[in-house]
Design a protein. Structure first.
Length: 99
């Protein structure tokens, strides 16, 4: 099992709310910034400022994804490493579900 996103990359993932059912992260990923392998529970992410990110899964497979301002993404529980490969800072609010 991989470490929590806030522990692995506290410069990118800021905890803004936490209770027994969910927690909310404020995520800022400047161009070129990376976060080593970490985990997220099932979540919904609202993209405030989009950009292009590269995700690397636990098997080493990379996938590039471009996010757009105002986009909402529902993600299953996952472990990945990330890098902002675009030219703009990606800013998102992520709601992680504990149950």
């Amino acid at each position: 099992m991989h470490d929590d996103a806030v522990t692995v990359a506290p410069d990118i993932h800021k905890l803004v709310y936490d209770d027994e059912q969910l927690r909310i992260l404020d995520i800022h990923v400047p161009p070129g910034a990376k976060a080593d392998m970490h985990r997220h529970p099932r979540n919904i992410t609202y993209i405030l400022k989009g950009g292009t990110m590269q995700f690397t899964d636990t098997a080493g497979k990379t996938t590039d994804k471009t996010f757009h301002d105002g986009q909402t993404v529902h993600m299953p529980e996952t472990s990945h490493a990330v890098e902002n490969i675009g030219s703009t800072e990606v800013h998102a609010i992520q709601i992680e579900f504990k149950k």
